[in-house]
Design a protein around this ligand. Structure first.
Ligand code: FAD
Length: 567
């Protein structure tokens, strides 16, 4: 008998054809990719927040940006920027020091998109009603595409208040920092119409405690603010080392001071700072983070000598706010992926999104996401209203509280959203592994969790009125929900006792964040969202994981509000 395989029999019956043409199965019950959708128009809570917090004028711009951010080609850039490893070139082939980092073109494309859309500049170039809110909404969408490259966007944005402390220095830089264009070339900044700014504070012996910095600043001539110095020492973490200049902390004779250090000297020679190596990170891989040595790098003092921390803290306050936007965005994208998947996937005969236990998980994830975004947008409005004392005080306290809470809530949220997708959620061709690996970063840099809690206490100690401002805002929701009223009263009461307050700081800050989020949702969100938030977060209902919303919650309504309708 001839057993040789006949791949193309002339007259096969149905069974034979299936066997020889290797038609193994039909692909079904798999969702389409979440792409070609409008990140703004498909986000009800975001649209409401933009109106509420004063940025209605930006509506058309945000709609257009939402479409761009959701386009398949834009989403693909995020994958490309992450899948291609960065390469550090310390020298050119002739042996000259170049300190160049090679990125995939997709990274530059994302940077171009961010800078051309003014994510680093708009509240400074067009201040006024809703400016920070509109920028935050745009950043929130942009960061959902790819979060890592947002680091230099944020630092460039955040540098402005610190550089302003030295007006004559700012004059030479400000216009180019605020230009809505992106120039990645490794050439002297004097040849560029737009520049990016980084920051270099952390050293090996101390990051949170920068007073331990050992990098020294030697005056070239006259000492003092605005004067030229040469910096000698090292920095243990310098992200986005291709920035055109950096705000650096170093010890001058009068103490720790802030300096502006360009990549290149004004005479066109390379400044004496050298990248030792790139960090190998769990996430945030599209962004280069490096270790650097300064070997007499030319820099100019910004702000008063010995007042380096108060000078650079202006920048840090802004970067902390962006951590809140970035982590809220990470949660929103994770939620969008989870709800989209469950809407298109059936298990045991029903769509996942209709199954009670999955509804409990998805609705819980949606609460967390909306609460984070609502809090962030409220702080954005406070930043727009810094001329109003109540708003200034609110922003001062709400920033460390929100940075701590929102960033810290993100990793578990990403993990749970990943699990909603099942096995495919763990695969690298899904965005979920990237969101998960990115999720711890915002909590750790720009002042880690405990440091935010301690900063909250510092604000209370220095300006006790900040607590009144915070509670005044939270109390706006009083009388609408007895669980909220009780929660707020207990929290206020607990501030009366300042014994071992450092030890208890996390507990207090957790509850401050929850009180503010509850207040915002009660006043402004859907009734189902507010009710579920109070039931699950403001009273002890037991259960630590997502999916613990009590019976009677209108989970379907919460999920519907949160689900992008695509495909
Ligand atoms: C990906 C990445 C990129 C970075 N990029 C930059 C950059 O561009 N520029 C830059 O300057 N830095 C950068 N950093 C550094 C970052 O800001 C620091 O890692 C961070 O500030 C913490 O400092 P540390 O690592 O020295 O930890 P430590 O200061 O040793 O802190 C360790 C832990 O102790 C806690 N802690 C500190 N003080 C107290 C206290 N008094 N009580 C209780 N707990 C406390 C902290 O919250 C933290 O959890 C980057 C970090 C990462 C991860």
């Amino acid at each position: 008998m001839n057993t040789a395989r006949q791949p193309y029999p002339k007259t096969p019956d149905i069974g034979e054809a299936d066997r020889f043409l290797a038609t193994t199965h039909e692909v079904f019950n798999q969702p389409s990719a979440l792409e070609n959708y409008n990140l703004f128009e498909q986000d009800t809570a975001l649209q409401e927040a933009v109106h509420r917090e004063g940025a209605s004028a930006a509506l058309n711009d945000l709609k257009a940006f939402g479409a761009l951010a959701g386009a398949a080609d834009t989403i693909a850039l995020g994958f490309l920027a992450n899948n291609n490893k960065l390469v550090l070139h310390t020298h050119d082939r002739f042996g000259h020091r170049i300190d160049d980092v090679e990125f995939h073109p997709a990274y530059h494309e994302l940077m171009r998109m961010a800078f051309e859309n003014g994510l680093h500049s708009s509240p400074w170039t067009n201040p006024g009603k809703g400016a920070h809110v509109a920028r935050a909404a745009k950043y929130y969408m942009h960061s959902q595409i790819e979060a890592a490259h947002c680091c230099p966007v944020t630092m460039t944005f955040a540098a402005i208040p610190s550089i302003h402390k030295q007006p004559e220095l700012a004059k030479g830089w400000e216009q180019r920092i605020l230009a809505n264009s992106y120039d990645p070339r490794n050439i002297p900044d004097s040849q560029k119409a737009s520049v990016t700014i980084g920051m270099a504070m952390t050293e090996k012996q101390g990051g949170s405690d920068v007073r331990a910095n050992s990098t020294k600043a030697f005056a070239v001539g006259t000492e003092g603010p605005g004067q030229a110095y040469e910096l000698v020492g090292h920095k243990w973490f310098v992200s986005a080392p291709m920035c055109d200049a950096f705000l650096v902390l170093a010890q001058a004779r009068g103490g720790l001071s802030c300096f502006l250090m360009p990549r290149w000297r004004p005479d066109g020679s390379k400044n004496a700072w050298q990248i030792q190596q790139l960090k190998s990170k769990i996430g945030n891989v599209a962004n280069a983070s490096s270790e650097v040595e300064l070997r007499g790098a030319l820099a100019w003092m910004v702000g008063e000598e010995g007042r380096g921390v108060p000078t650079i803290i202006e920048m840090v306050a802004m970067t902390r706010f962006d951590c809140m936007i970035g982590s809220s965005a990470g949660m929103r994208q994770a939620l969008a992926q989870a709800t989209h998947h469950c809407r298109h996937r059936s298990v045991f005969g029903d769509r996942l999104i209709d199954q009670p236990l999955m509804q409990n998980v998805l609705a819980d994830l949606a609460l967390e996401s909306e609460a984070a975004m609502a809090y962030t947008m409220r702080v954005a409005r406070a930043m727009d209203n810094q001329h109003i004392e109540q708003e200034r005080l609110l922003a001062r306290l709400a920033t460390p509280v929100g940075k701590y809470w929102i960033c810290k809530r993100t990793p578990n949220h990403a993990y749970e959203a990943m699990e909603c997708i099942g096995g495919s959620g763990v695969m690298e061709d899904c965005i979920m592994p990237r969101l998960f690996r990115e999720s711890p970063v915002n909590a750790i840099w720009e002042g880690s969790g405990n440091v935010q809690c301690l900063d909250t206490l510092r604000a209370l100690q220095k300006e006790p009125e900040t607590l009144d401002a915070f509670f005044k805002e939270a109390a706006e929701a009083k009388g609408a929900d007895h669980r909220f009223d009780r929660f707020l009263a207990q929290l206020q009461n607990d501030f009366a006792d300042t014994g071992d307050i450092q030890y208890r700081a996390r507990n207090l800050v957790d509850r401050m964040a929850l009180a503010m989020q509850g207040s915002l949702l009660i006043r402004h969100s859907d009734k189902a969202v507010a009710d579920a938030f109070c039931a699950s977060r403001l009273q002890d209902a037991g259960g630590m994981n997502y999916g613990n919303l009590p019976s009677g919650t209108d989970a379907a309504a919460i999920i519907k509000r949160a689900t992008p309708v695509v495909g």
